[in-house]
Design a protein around this ligand. Sequence first.
Ligand code: GLV
Ligand code: MN
Ligand code: MN
Length: 419
Amino acid sequence: MYDKSNQQIDKLATFSDTPAPSVTRILYTDNDVAARSFIRELMESAQLTVREDAIGNIFGRWEGSEPSQGVVASGSHTDAIPYAGKYDGVVGVVGAVEAIKALRRAGFQPKRSLEAIMFTSEEPTRFGLSCIGSRVMAGDPRVAVSLANAVDEDNVTFTLAANRAGYDEAGDNLQSVAVGNETYAAFVELHIEQGPLLEEQGVSIGIVTAIAGPASLGVEFAGGGGHAGAVLMHLRNDAGLAAAELALAVERHVLESGSQDTVGTTGTVKLYPGAINSIPRNAQLGIDIRDIDGSRRDAVVERVRATAHEIAARRGVVLQNFTVVNQDPPAQSTDFVIEALKEASEELGLGHKMMISRAYHDSLFMARIAPTAMIFIPCYRGYSHRPDEHATLEDMANGVRVLALTLSKLSSNWQAPLE
Ligand code: GLV
Ligand code: MN
Ligand code: MN
C-alpha cells in the first residue's frame, strides 16, 4: 500500500506549473483543478462517498454505524507555493485516504464516520490569505470580507477565479461552507515536520501540542519616482528604500522579542515601475510574523507599524497602506487526541516526541471547531517550501500507520468527555 501512495505522490507532482523537481500548484489554476480530480478519483476508488463544498473543499466519507456521534476526520492540502516540493500537505491528503483504506482492509467497522478531507488553498500565494478552505469551514468572522476584497496579481477576484474553476456558488454561498462545532468529533492532520528535529534525533513520530499563530501584513509606500540619473540624491523620496528599511526593521523587531519562537519574514517586495533607471515610485511588501505566544507576536506587529510610519515621515514618502491581512491566534491541541496518538505510537513500537508546529496548517482552523492534534513525520534536513523537500517511504508509512490506528480509536473506543 505504501508503494502505491508514493506513486500517487509522484503523480500529483506532475500537476505543476514549474518543471520537476519543483512543484507549483496555485489555487484554481488548471493544475490545481487537475489535482482535485485526481484526489476525488482516489477517494472514490477507496469507496468513500465524495462531496465538494462551494469553494472546493473535498470530503470523502466512510459512514459509521453511529453517524450521530460526530465525524472523525483527517486531511490537509494539495496546493503548493511557487517552486515547492511534493510532500507538504500532499502526505496528509493521500495519507488520510491510505489510512482509511488500511482500516477497511483490516476489517475495521467504524462507529463514528471517518472522513478524508482535501482543504482548498492552505497556501496564501494567490489571494494573500492562508487556509482559505479550513478558515471558511471554521466560520472565521473576517473571512467573507477578506475574500470579497481579494484580487490576485492580475486583478482577478476570488469569486471569478473560483467560478472559472467550476465553483459557481463560491461568491454567494460562503456560509454554506461553515460547519458548526457539532460536526467533527475529532480531527487529526498528518504532515511532514518542515523542521529538522525528528530527523536529527532519530524519532519517527512528532505529536503536535500547539501551532504558532501567523500574522500577514500588506504594506505599501508611495514616493515621487523619477529619473535615476537626473534626480539628485537629496531630492529623492524613494519608495524602494523605505521598503528596504522596513524589511530590516522587521528583522530587528523580531530579534528584540528575545525569544527564538518569534520569527518574521519579508517574503515579497515589489517595486514599481520596476526599471533599473527609474527611482521606485511605489513599493509593496508582504510580511509574515509568527509566534507561539499571540500577544508577543502582536507586539511585534505594532512595532513594525510604528516603524513604517516613522520611515515614511523621515523619507518623505506616503505610507499608502498597512493592512493586517490576518492575525490568527495560535492553537492548542486537545488532550484526548494527543493521548490517542501517543497510545497508537506506543502500540506500534514507534518512538515519538511532543513538539510545537512553527508552520501553520489547516489544523489551526479545525482546532476552532473540533478536538484536534497533528502527527509530524521526519523530512530530509527539515527542508520544506523548496524542490528538494523529501520524506522517505518508511517515514510516511509510519505516519499512516499511526494515523490509521488513531482514527480507529477515535471512531470507536473513545467516549466523549463529560462536559
Ligand atoms: C504554511 O505553508 C506555512 O507557511 O506555514
Ligand atoms: Mn506549505
Ligand atoms: Mn502544509
